[in-house]
Write a protein that binds this ligand. Structure first.
Ligand SMILES: [Zn+2]
Length: 231
């Protein structure tokens, strides 16, 4: 697959949306509606539990504020063989909304090792309505989101559809390359794959989805051509 690149995606980044696992069910339903085109609140809502906020119409995991040792590996974050099945910004087959990350399809198999590309603190490790079993790691205002992990059935669900393979817990400190769980097809997924997403948050805690190919994550010296990984 060939990915388009450039400014086009930076415009879409602020409008991308993923549902936070700390949200109540009604908020998750609202978030899904937004993804399908229904207007949603655009300001932070301090009334939501767990510090969850809305920003620019985007739903996200709240910033923890962790800043710690940096480490980085520029490699596909899931054990191969795998092929990149969806670029950042893809709209094909997505009801017109842009893909908020990069997907690698794991050859119809589940249970591949998944690791973090950068070191930091695990700020969320649990079930998500849209991404199924999901791990979020943060360092210095950057978040990486690793979704659709094993195990369980595909399909949006407010409750887990199977046992988790997640190998880390909220609050754990990890370094680049540490295994966080195994790949699967939980949540809104049409087949076994890893969803890899990068978000950058500002000092006010507003987070935007970023194109992984054009950012420098904690510990990253040069650009990493994520779209080039896979068979
Ligand atoms: Zn994805």
């Amino acid at each position: 697959m060939i990915c388009l690149a450039g400014l086009y995606f930076s415009f879409m980044a602020a409008g991308a949306a993923i549902l936070a696992d700390t949200m109540p069910a009604w908020a998750q339903d609202d978030a899904w509606g937004w993804m399908l085109g229904t207007p949603q609140p655009t300001a932070k809502d301090p009334g939501l539990p767990g510090g969850t906020s809305f920003s620019n119409g985007s739903f996200y995991w709240s910033l923890d504020g962790f800043i710690g040792p940096v480490s980085f590996v520029c490699m596909m974050p899931v054990e191969g063989p795998a092929r990149m099945s969806s670029c950042f910004g893809d709209t094909e087959g997505r009801d017109g909304h842009a893909h908020t990350g990069i997907d690698w399809a794991t050859n119809h198999e589940e249970g591949r090792w998944v690791w973090t590309p950068f070191g930091g603190k695990v700020t969320s490790a649990g079930w998500n309505y849209y991404l199924g079993w999901t791990v979020v790691i943060e360092n210095d205002e950057w978040q990486v989101i690793l979704g659709h992990l094993c195990c369980g059935a595909s399909g949006k669900s407010h409750t887990a559809t199977g046992p988790t393979s997640i190998a880390v817990a909220t609050g754990d400190l990890v370094i680049a390359g540490d295994v966080v769980g195994k790949s699967g097809t939980t949540g809104n997924s049409t087949g076994p794959h890893l969803h890899f997403e990068i978000r950058q948050c500002d000092q006010d805690g507003n987070c935007n989805v970023m194109n992984p190919n054009v950012v420098r994550l904690p510990g990253q010296d040069g650009l990493c051509a994520w779209e080039s990984f896979g068979d």
